[in-house]
Design a protein. Sequence first.
Length: 497
Amino acid sequence: MELCKEFKSICSNVNKKRLNENFELDFQVNLPQYLDDIEKIIKCSVKNVVTNYECSDTKITIHGKTLINITYLNCDMCSFSNIFEEEFSKSFDFDDDITVAFAQIQLNTKYSNFRLINQRRIDIHTALNARICLYARETGKCLSNCKNAFVKECSLQRLDNKNCGISSCEFDEIFSVANNNAQIKNIVNSFGVCIIDDKKIIKDKMLIKMKVEISILYSDDDNNIEKCMHSFSVSKIIDIDDSLEDDKVFVTADISGLYVKTKANTDNILNDIEIVGNIAINYQVYSISEESLITDSYIPYFLTKADTEKSVFKNMPVYYYDDRTDEINFECDKNIIEIIDLKTEIENTVVEESQMTLFVKLSFLYYDDASQICFFEKTEKVTFTLCDEKFDGEGVANILFSDYVIKGTNKLTLRISYVYNAYLYKTETIDYLTDIEVSAQRDNLNTPQLTLYFADADESVWDIAKKFSTDMSLIIEENNLSSQIIENKMVLLVPGM
């Protein structure tokens, strides 16, 4: 028997491998010659950022930067600061031979500590966790129709991770402190955050607009500590193959490099500050497509042989986009008399079982009740539910603004407003037909016109029709069925063809 068959191409980016790797880094940093010796370290903050990656058949190597930001006192109890940038590379093996199209990487700093070796050198130890999803482009063909056969179709609204990538953006700004007569003696501290203002997808390109906020603590000639703020906008156009206006994009931006130095103004007063740095941009592009796959088939009076393929789909995606405001409580070891500089950032975002969890890091310098400058840094979690059913998902959050209230002597309540994007979906593994062939003619061709069949609850009419080599629509019509699934045990009349 010659079959009249039609085929169509099928392609998608499939998550072929997930890696969850812990690793540690050690650095030795030395003060530049122009800075005084260290008497006491007030702050040593460590931030790790992915800046690039590369893949081979069995290995992925991530490249990144570690920013080490220290504030310290010299022997005269004057405050100084310095930022060190260290590059790192880390490779991870995976067993499968995968042609990686792209990788989605989340890097989280688990903890960091330091040791003062001498008055000029510090040893840094930091522990990290890398969550890596490796995607491969799968292409092939599937059966789309066979006029001689009955076919069972599965309709999908599929979420596709279209692309993931890492880009960078540089900035260079010069500004004056608020008091034009002030003479900057030392830089005491610098905090920098990057806020996503806008993002827009067009064909094969993405435009990202960002606002960078830098706060600087400095001391004047009288050793008074003052604060100045500077905000500016930057934008970046990123080439993304096959991107379309209807696609959704998730973006995070982190400062991956920051250099701060003082400059003399036109009156030869050390009143200007130059900041030079980099922003690491991490993005994921998503699209939704309608897909119809044949998952089963049979030909009346004939035995058939079907070829199948197995694939994993993110089915029934639901997009979430909203803003929220949450409060988080932090507790210090010492009494907080006055906060002199503060930074809030979202280190990581995880979506599991329809719950979104934000890892919010708070860092601030403050005066304790002994009038000493102290540093506090801690990460707390914020979790909220997107829907009542438990689905898989992916998401990202970006802080819009934050403020705080000191409660009691050593407690602080942080209030953050943020916008979040998320997709929830049902992960399904589907066997679909790539081809079908007739193998032989059935032996039992003389079937009766009507057959009694005792159907079980939850049995499929399709399976019954295939078993008796008849048309499913005839069974539904003969028994006045309203569903293709038998709800309760019942006796069916199965018409023959």
